[in-house]
Design a binder for this molecule. Structure first.
Ligand code: ADP
Ligand code: MG
Length: 223
């Protein structure tokens, strides 16, 4: 269980997240819906330890991890697929998705085991594995970024606007992969941000709305 308590984040002197109180529990697929600039990316980066809160705390199973670095989050089972994908062009797809595990110094057989497990949920990755990271379309890059997040995200997987710009066929495949994960990894907590809530209709179990840096379970826009 991850608990966010009264978290405030400032960027360049501006208040970007305000008084965020949130619990993320195992087994949930949480949609975080909000328009551009609402603070979705900043929320995910804060959970990953990539941006430090001005105030508030993050508790993982009751333990304060507010100041623990991003590398420690990965080791604790947090995976992150950033909005801009960040696939390294000089590595193969297989090397790209293994990279966070290499950083954690996981043994080779464990990395192989995890690749097999990811392929079971994301079968469309298989034909891409030997390809160069430079040879991917934007949509394929999103699939690879999902796979890379799953390699370390054994407890929490944070996906930043994965459906944005995906062609309909790829978006359907991506949704299928998320539904397959629900079945194969029932304890996983998946957080997906989106500016268009309709894209997540078939996927999420819970929806959070983020408006000007404030997170709530309801939206004023629904009125
Ligand atoms: N590095 C930064 N420096 C200053 N302001 C930023 C920075 N990154 C984001 N912001 C601002 O924070 C707000 C939230 O941004 P972001 O979390 O990227 O929103 P979203 O992902 O919902 O589009 C926006 O107003 C944005 O301009
Ligand atoms: Mg964003």
């Amino acid at each position: 269980m991850l608990r966010i308590e009264s978290m405030n984040i400032d960027l360049a002197g501006h208040s970007v997240l305000r008084g965020v109180d949130l619990e993320l529990a195992p087994g949930q697929t949480v949609a975080v819906v909000g328009r551009n600039g609402a603070g979705k990316t900043t929320l995910l980066r804060a959970v990953m330890g990539l941006v430090a809160p001005r105030a508030g705390r993050l508790l993982l199973d009751g333990q304060d991890i507010t100041r623990s670095p991003a590398s420690r989050r990965a080791a604790a089972g947090f995976g992150y697929a950033p909005e801009d994908r960040v696939i390294l062009p000089t590595l193969s797809v297989a090397q790209n998705i293994a990279l966070p595990c290499e950083v954690l110094r996981l043994p080779r057989h464990e990395i192989g085991r995890r690749i097999d497990a990811v392929l079971a949920s994301v079968p469309q990755l298989e034909p891409m594995l030997s390809r160069s990271g430079a040879a991917l379309s934007g949509g394929q890059g999103k699939i690879v970024a999902l796979a890379r997040a799953l390699m370390v995200g054994v407890r929490f997987v944070l996906l930043d606007e994965p459906f944005q710009g995906l062609a309909p066929a790829l978006a359907r495949q991506y949704g299928d992969a998320l539904r397959a994960l629900r079945v194969s990894h029932p304890q996983l907590c998946v957080v997906v941000t989106e500016s268009n809530a309709a894209l997540l209709d078939a996927v999420q179990s819970r929806t959070l709305y983020i408006e000007r840096g404030a997170v709530s379970e309801t939206t004023s826009a629904a009125a």
